[in-house]
Design a protein around this ligand. Sequence first.
Ligand code: EPU
Length: 446
Amino acid sequence: MDKFIIRGGNPLVGTVRVSGAKNSALPCMAAAILSEEEITLENIPQVRDIETQRRLLASMGAAVALHEGDARDHVTISCRSLSDPVARYEIVKTMRASSLVLGPLLARAGVARVAMPGGCAIGGRPIDLHIKSLEKMGAVIVQEHGYLEARVDSGVGSRVGRLRGAHIVFDRITVTGTEDLLMAAVLAEGDTLLENCAREPEVVDLAALLTAMGAKIQGAGTSTICVHGVAKLHGARYRINPDRIEAGTLLIAGAITGGDLIVANCNTAHLGAVIAKLRECGARVDVLGPDAARVHGNGRLRAADISTEEYPGFPTDMQAQYMALATQAEGVSLVRENIFENRFMHVQELVRMGANIKVDGNTATVRGPARLSSAAVMCSDLRASASLVLAALVADGESVIDRVYHMDRGYEHIEDKLRGVGAQIQRLGNVFVPRQEKPSYLNQPA
Ligand code: EPU
């Protein structure tokens, strides 16, 4: 398994470019199921979850080609025929977002067989809200042998039918649930009203792609979305937004190392909560324009509390990285995790590096500044791994970070990017290359 060796102490200086958003790319790739025509997505990050989604679509009969290039990495997906509308456990178990194919498969084929995703390091992550909402649209879903067997009956013999528009109020805000239902609704018969929707930029990205494919959607980015179902969707070309979580992680890297870093190719409009918090901590952040921000760590960070919330609140996907920063801030920072019940797996590893953190329920109390010293630590999930990398960048000596395949799920060539702005970071093992002919990571657990 790959490891990172990081020698801490260097301030990060220079310019670093953000890749496309993994969590936009995943639903947008699933949306290709909705059309017989070709979908081209630009700015696709070369990360492991994207490769998993490619394998999933290919296993259903789609032709998927990942193209590489400097600034225009793109994928073309053609779902002319969907020979096998099944999401197999072997693929689904490595990535929760695979449940995103349930809605589009039902909308396009009237039938779907999707493996239940199972547990996850950050919490139970049920998909009951997806199921309940699709049932309101006329799907019949039963669980058998670890799979969801879903079908829309036409009422005429054994023929499958079409989903029907419905009024759905989500019991709680769910990002992929909103995306799944949006994809179901665009091809449904009649109108669908979705309430208490996620307002994340990734939902807006998906809605923009679907609109480019001919869907009729109003209100994406607000908590109420109206969809007028259409009979068919056509091909489209769409550019994925920059990854706001990668951008936030890099801003923290600049602040924690006391550097002077320009985070380019981002969307600063999506970074409001993170930038506000960094300023509260005493870092100087200048928004240079709609697509770049500069962070100067001026040596002294102050404690500040965070409480994770749905967008536009402080993202749960930035909580672990923020905690690394809080270990270096003067005073007591309270970190409240409100979205997932078990998202503090990084705490014990940060403590092994010398952090002073106590967890009580969903609140971590971080006392700083702590002198971090290098250690051998282990990644438990994607954002926890980012937190450990940030801590290692300021720790004394050389840290060894194990199981970086978690990081490869969502950060594109992160070691090259950090090295490019002055970090001493090296990968031991195989560099992750998301190509069919080099699936070295396939046997590694998610
Ligand atoms: N929930 C339910 N039932 C459901 C769906 C969700 O109870 O049917 C609960 C979850 O257990 C959780 C809360 O609702 O407590 C919110 O979960 P949500 O459904 O919004 O999470 P998700 O859609 O599974 C996406 C991102 C996550 C990100 C969360 C929250 C993708 C592919 N994943 O997950 O990203 O943390 O939204 O913003 O978009 C990551 O990138 O590291 C990551 C985990």
